[in-house]
Design a protein around this ligand. Structure first.
Ligand code: SIN
Ligand code: MN
Length: 277
């Protein structure tokens, strides 16, 4: 248990730096449960599943929509309470993805901000949105941890539409491959590197990294012999409406049902789990 003062310090750190790592949000048992579900989730051969250019699985979108363990653990009180405190409102899930970053094979994520995708592609009106990266494996300096530029979330939108880079029609249709559509302007990035410094955020499995929709972030390839699986849940404030867009993206990329999440305490989670076995 942490005190109210410590909780406030965490929230202040998030607003100041644009990210916050909290360790031990998930127990070993919960991480084991999530990892155990992966083979059955991956049996689904749909556009939710995205491959690396080398054929490995890169990401799976919307696991919480198809899998009960992911659905319920995404509502865990220990996770939702800080999110609601930071956003000062009830929240719903806008998007989730599992990033696999396989040992020796997992590819990179270029420097980008997330909010421009949600604003331009989905009509999200403000960056009052937060993503939480849940570590399904230990994340170290060597298996491609997320890198961030602290404080860069205060820069507003610094990305541009890098159309020339697209190689395949699948990427063009979904913007989910390694060639990202909106990347950060090089001179702005350079300034961030020089003035604010880049840091990486390693942590044990079960940790959760909360990060702002506008923070500059990226990650390197995984050339270690250990997988770096993470599950990223993007929570949006129920008041941060999505405007109409010409062509709505599928629900596994952009949820339009804003029914608020009801935080689930441990007792309820484990009772439901026993009943479902
Ligand atoms: C992301 O930027 O959404 C994912 C980055 C990563 O998995 O390292
Ligand atoms: Mn991102």
């Amino acid at each position: 248990m942490i005190t109210q003062q410590q909780q406030q310090q965490q929230i202040d750190q998030y607003h100041d730096q644009g990210f916050l790592l909290i360790e031990d949000i998930f127990t070993k048992e919960e991480i084991h449960l999530m990892n155990k579900e992966l083979p059955s989730i991956l049996e689904d051969d749909s556009p939710r599943k995205v491959k690396e250019s080398n054929g490995e699985i890169r990401s799976y979108y919307g696991a919480h929509q198809v899998n009960d363990i992911y659905k319920r653990l995404s509502s865990k009180k220990k996770l939702i309470d800080p999110v609601m405190q930071i956003l000062e409102s009830k929240v719903y899930i806008h998007q989730t993805k599992i990033n696999f970053k396989k040992a020796l094979r997992g590819e990179w994520w270029e420097w980008h901000q997330d909010y421009p995708y949600w604003k331009i592609e989905d009509g999200m009106t403000s960056p009052r949105v937060i993503s939480v990266m849940i570590y399904l494996d230990d994340v170290t300096e060597f298996n491609g941890p997320l890198m961030v530029i602290p404080g860069s979330h205060k820069s507003g939108i610094a990305s541009f539409d890098d159309k020339q880079k697209f190689t395949s029609n699948v990427e063009k249709a979904t913007w989910t491959g390694a060639n990202l559509k909106y990347t950060i302007d090089r001179s702005i990035l350079k300034k961030g590197f020089e003035e604010d410094n880049v840091i990486s955020v390693p942590g044990k499995a079960g940790s959760a990294l909360f990060f702002h929709g506008n923070i500059f972030h990226a990650s390197n390839c995984n050339i270690s012999p250990f997988d770096r699986k993470t599950y990223i849940v993007t929570y949006n404030s129920v008041n941060n409406v999505l405007d109409r867009v010409e062509k709505e993206r599928p629900e596994y990329l952009s949820e339009r049902d804003v029914t608020p999440i009801i935080p689930l305490d441990d007792t309820t989670f484990y009772t439901q789990l026993e009943n479902s076995i």
